[in-house]
Design a protein around this ligand. Sequence first.
Ligand code: ATP
Ligand code: MN
Length: 479
Amino acid sequence: MKRQKIAAVLGGADINQDVLVKGWVRSFRANRFIALNDGSTIKNIQAVVDFENFDEALLKRVTTGSAIAITGKLVESQGAGQAVEIQVENLEVIGDANPDEVQKTVMQPKKHSMEFLREQAHLRFRTNTFGAVFRIRHAVAYAIHKYFNDNGFYYLHTPIITGSDAEGAGEMFRVSILDPKNPPLNDDGEVDFKEDFFGKQVNLTVSGQLEAELGALALGQVYTFGPTFRAENSNTSRHLAEFWMIEPEVAFYDLKDNMDLTEEFLKYIANYVLENCADDLEFLNEREAKEQQQKPQNERHELSLIDRIKFVANNEFKRLTYTEAIDVLRNSKPYKKGKFEYDVEWGVDLQSEHERYLVEKEYKCPVILSDYPAEIKAFYMRQNDDGKTVAAMDVLFPGIGEIVGGSQREERLDILKKKCADFDVPEEEIWWYLETRKFGSVPHAGFGLGFERMVMFVTGMTNIRDVIPFPRTPQNAEF
Ligand code: ATP
Ligand code: MN
């Protein structure tokens, strides 16, 4: 008999037919009811055992965490909680799980702390919460590829090992095969990277944007979706040392086009998850609702998880300039009452507390801030006519803060060269980037979406470590 996935069996296999399912036992109650999960859905299938027909020694091995195969007739369920169940005719234990050891793991069916679950990242997939999170993570990745494919973008693979550190000054991971105890030295006594694998210093990429621009200036519209590395020593709930970033880049786009693309794209992902991840979302919605009850009223979400996703899908994002935002912030209650930790004046980089105020208190919706002071943004962002600001945009989400950073790029060679000088970006390092501005340069724009931040938003997870299978953070690279 051919094995069927539990999702397919629960989703409408014929009643009174024999089925074969394989999976991991979640529980075995009263020597009679097995709850079996195979990862294809958050739902378990119930399998009913008539213990008189089975060897006692065999049934003893059916314990939480063990892997089994079951054949039996699919029937309408007598009990509440499920429409159908399997009357077990044949049962085989494929992999045992020692109950004493399972006790010590996150497979033990009870509430575990998120920290404990992280320590057992190798087993946390077996829990309902992480099953749901990683099925949704997959759906978001698929939705992203689908959106771009359906809209005529090409998936461009930009390098992970990069020779330029134009963007990452100070926060890049070096890649080297030199012996750290005895590196070759040059005449000045410094490490001689000419003798290293690539004959120069190279690092792990912090962004594929500069390379994506090269692709966009011929292919028209491209996107990257790959791992990104930042050696920033910020141990926050929103930063990873290794994360995934999506970076579309479009020729002949200005900042307004870029904002429209971002908004449509983020709404598409929200809708995709609502339409395709209903079971997992309902579980996470329920889970969050229970957790919210433990919290003081003023720390609770105003909307449930599902309603927050619907809100993003159905409402226009608020758009305002950095300069306008500074005014709003300086006129706000917390500013006037001295409640902000960091000062607000034109020219400063907005802190998380300011962004959260705008999104969560002032506008209560996603916000696109644009036209930031040139000094606090990257060298490649297009200079505005005022000479002070650049055509940059950040998208801020409730509960997350910055989820997208983007801009229209500087396409004018003379201005770009001047910016390189101002920002100490050596021209010889990115000669290839500058060269695109010599041959048919055109206005173009793009943005970077932090994949894990988007997954946080649609799952309601509050720590970024809980939406990536094996998080990499300062002092932590287990598994
Ligand atoms: P932040 O201010 O939150 O550190 P950033 O300004 O450094 O973000 P960008 O360089 O614009 O971010 O990167 C684009 C997007 O990548 C961000 O909007 C965010 O969603 C995501 N991102 C940036 N750094 C990290 C990180 N360390 N871990 C996870 N996601 C990140
Ligand atoms: Mn950062």
